[in-house]
Design a protein around this ligand. Structure first.
Ligand SMILES: Nc1ncnc2c1ncn2[C@@H]1O[C@H](COP(=O)(O)OP(=O)(O)OP(=O)(O)O)[C@@H](O)[C@H]1O
Ligand SMILES: [Mg+2]
Length: 322
């Protein structure tokens, strides 16, 4: 990457075109399955989870590659696009299974009734009433609900940052993860046994019978956690657990090579060595800080002198402070 100033702070307008972004900041985002370098022991943990049909709980500090693991696994095994459920304090199991827009359905029914009345149609008859009562457009499966649809190949599901969720969430998940099934009560009660419902990540519809979904293949699930909280033993015993190890100098070198094809000449190795030393001393730094520094400081031309030192400090600040 070539270093050039875009912003000068002088209020002058210049139409300088922006250079190409680093490959990991192009949009739409390209999955990182080629660049990902699994740390020691991760492949065994993934394979154990796949063999045993259990979710994999990956714990580690920010930027240690927890959310990226699944992209490589899904690609290597041909599991299709990764389904993503990003957990916040407001996330619920119900939302992850399916969403039902009850208000939207009532509004649509009222609108249809008004239009039909104005057109003088008979809306009180059986056929008219039924035509108005279509539940399908108001239902959509969530990421977990879609992952559990019966299919020949398992789907890949990322349940990201489970430790940011409500305290009850891991407990709520137990039953679904154990049995691989769920119910949509609105469809169990519905007059038609078969209803086509939209999936989470596409316009594709799936046929749901009597409001019940039962997986045929347990999905490959990765749950990630920054370790901000403990989980109940009943939840932990159902997962294969893997803790991201401390980043070694060798792994950092492999990661830089994977992203830049080689370690860039212009100070690339020094950046890696300094980063590895700081991580070894227990400083809280993330891999993408190293990638940012290599991208910005090893180009041609690259910032030099005082400016290089200041930019290096800016990019390599510990994550324990803003
Ligand atoms: N082992 C690795 N091999 C290649 N790239 C890596 C590796 N670890 C991290 N990275 C890179 O670092 C960046 C951050 O990774 P990721 O988002 O997976 O981290 P995370 O652990 O999920 O962080 P957070 O807890 O902040 O969500 C990504 O761009 C990823 O490509
Ligand atoms: Mg993450």
């Amino acid at each position: 990457m070539t270093w050039k100033p875009y912003y000068h702070g002088d209020g002058e307008q210049r139409q300088t075109p922006l250079a190409e972004p680093p490959p990991w900041r192009t949009f739409p985002r390209t999955p990182q399955f080629r660049q990902y370098q699994p740390p020691r022991g991760l492949a065994d943990a993934v394979n154990a989870a796949l063999h045993l049909r259990r979710p994999l709980l990956v714990t580690g500090p920010a930027g240690s590659g927890k959310s990226t693991v699944i992209e490589q696994v899904a690609h290597e095994l041909g599991l299709g696009q990764v389904l993503r459920w990003h957990i916040t304090s407001r996330s619920t199991l119900a939302d992850a299974l399916y969403r039902y827009d009850a208000l939207g359905r009532i509004h649509a029914q009222n609108l249809q009734t008004a239009i039909s009345r104005r057109a003088g149609a008979r809306t009180h008859g059986r056929s008219g009433g039924r035509a108005l009562d279509d539940i399908a457009p108001f239902l959509q499966l969530g990421p977990l609900g879609t992952a559990l649809l019966p299919a020949e190949r398992p789907r890949a599901l990322l349940i990201d940052e489970i430790d940011k969720g409500d305290l009850d969430l891991p407990g709520d998940l137990l039953e679904v993860l154990e049995r691989g099934e769920y119910e949509i009560p609105e469809l169990v009660r519905y007059r038609r046994p078969m209803v086509k419902v939209r999936q989470w990540d596409s316009r594709t519809e799936c046929l749901i019978e009597h409001g019940r979904v039962q997986c045929a293949q347990f999905p490959f699930i990765v749950l990630t956690s920054n370790g901000e909280r403990d989980f109940p033993p009943a939840f932990l015993r159902r997962c294969i657990r893997y803790n991201m190890p401390k980043l070694s100098a060798q792994l950092l070198q492999d990661i830089v090579r994977a992203h830049f094809e080689r370690v860039p000449d212009n100070g690339g190795q020094t950046l890696i060595d300094q980063f590895a030393e700081r991580v070894d001393r227990g400083e809280h730094l993330a891999v993408d800080q190293l990638l940012n520094a290599v991208a910005l400081l090893t180009g041609d031309p690259a910032p030099s002198g005082e400016q290089r030192i200041e930019l290096h400090d800016l990019l390599m600040r510990e994550l324990s402070r803003a």
